[in-house]
Design a protein around this ligand. Structure first.
Ligand code: SR1
Ligand code: MG
Length: 375
């Protein structure tokens, strides 16, 4: 859709008067518009038959709009108000009309601007527990789950993850994007057989461990926040996979934000991010305990395994954000010398996490991910 057609398309969900549209999307995949009329506004998200940032040279299934709409419906049932309300789904146009979260900001944008938003991390922990446990065999009957696993196969977007997260960063792949200063760090990853084997094993587990319906791309750019509230967006990568893929994404992106804040000398935000990480893990664990079925006598083992796997997936998410195709602004907006220090600290921490994931407590995991010294 263009600005004119999207305004007509969204008009039934707006107030009276002429509708005006603007394009607001800055994501890699889709078109996103805000449309206003009569004092109201909605968001229209449309999938194109290709990747928005690359163009027609990278074709991509329109089925991602169905995946997103269906995943959002499941999220809304298990974790009410964890995402924007979906007002309409139009399969032919591969478009969704959604609530406009005008009062919220993208979490990464707030963090890069040095702003701490309170209460968000704990909210996110509860959301993860509700969706991840709620779609697992611990809480969802097999008759309901098996057809869902097929509906969320999502092969094209899962292949992007398999390639960009678990494969390309460990090879001299043309999709990698590494600044001159970071070349040596990237070469270290390629020359580390234990790390390459660990990443390949995590790719295998991502492909085969259909534990829960994942968000599939749960970084701080997929989370909109305001005081005490987190709303999760951009669910097109949803597929069944290991729970720790999502929890590792959250921890990795918080860790990169923390490393960035510390290297910028923003000790205030760095301290808040330490608290956020603890709050996220505490709320996640408490909600898992609350939802855990009384008939399953292995809760502590489950939590230990989740922590261990979160360490491993935190590692691969951090590394791919440093040397892969899709970087994060937290690191890339740092001035050159500071950026290399941040990249070095992050690579060092992520590599340790991969090889030493069996830490006693979450605080140890966090210290490795986010508080490694660069010098
Ligand atoms: C080519 S898509 C690159 C990245 O953008 C998405 O948000 C996912 O993180 C994907 O890996
Ligand atoms: Mg996205």
């Amino acid at each position: 859709m263009d600005l004119e057609t999207v305004a007509v398309f969204a008009a039934p969900y707006l107030g009276a008067g002429e509708a005006h549209a603007e394009e607001i999307g800055d994501g890699n995949l889709n078109m996103v518009f805000r449309v206003r009329a009569g004092g109201r506004s909605v968001i229209v998200k449309q999938a194109l038959p290709y990747l928005r940032v690359v163009g027609e040279g990278w074709p991509l299934t329109l089925d991602r709009a169905r995946i997103e709409a269906e995943a959002m419906a499941i999220h809304a049932a298990l974790a009410p108000h964890s995402g924007p309300a979906v007002l309409h789904v139009e399969p032919v146009a591969a478009a969704l009309v959604m609530e406009d979260l005008r009062e919220h900001v993208v979490w990464r944008t707030a963090l890069v601007a040095g702003q701490h938003v309170r209460g968000v991390a704990a909210e996110l922990g509860r959301y993860c527990a509700r969706v991840l446990l709620g779609t697992s065999r611990l809480r969802m009957p097999a008759v309901q789950r098996r057809p869902l696993i097929a509906r969320f196969e999502n092969p094209e977007l899962s292949a992007i993850t398999e390639d960009l997260v678990f494969t390309a960063p460990y090879l001299d792949a043309p999709t990698n994007h590494i600044d001159d200063a970071g070349q040596e760090l990237a070469a270290e990853l390629r020359a580390d057989p234990a790390l390459r084997a660990a990443a390949a094993q995590l790719r295998w587990e991502f492909r085969t461990r259909t534990e829960s319906l994942l968000h599939g791309d749960l970084h701080s750019g997929s989370i909109m926040v305001r005081d005490g509230e987190a709303r999760v967006i951009d669910v097109e990568f949803a597929t069944f996979g290991p729970m720790a893929y999502d929890t590792g994404n959250v921890v990795a992106n918080l860790a990169l934000a923390r490393i960035s804040a510390a290297e910028r000398g923003d000790q205030h935000l760095a301290a808040h991010l330490d608290e956020d990480a603890e709050d996220y893990w505490a709320a996640l664990s408490e909600e898992i305990v609350a939802l855990w079925p009384a008939t399953e006598p292995w809760r502590e083992r489950f939590l230990e395994q989740l922590q261990r796997d979160t360490a491993r997936y935190t590692s691969t998410e951090m590394l791919r954000r440093l040397v892969g195709l899709a970087h994060v602004r937290d690191i890339d907006t740092l001035p050159e010398g500071v950026r290399l220090r941040a990249q070095t600290a992050a690579v060092r921490g992520a590599r340790r996490l991969c090889t030493e994931p069996d830490v006693p407590a979450f605080a140890d995991l966090w210290a490795m991910a986010a508080r490694e010294e660069s010098t």
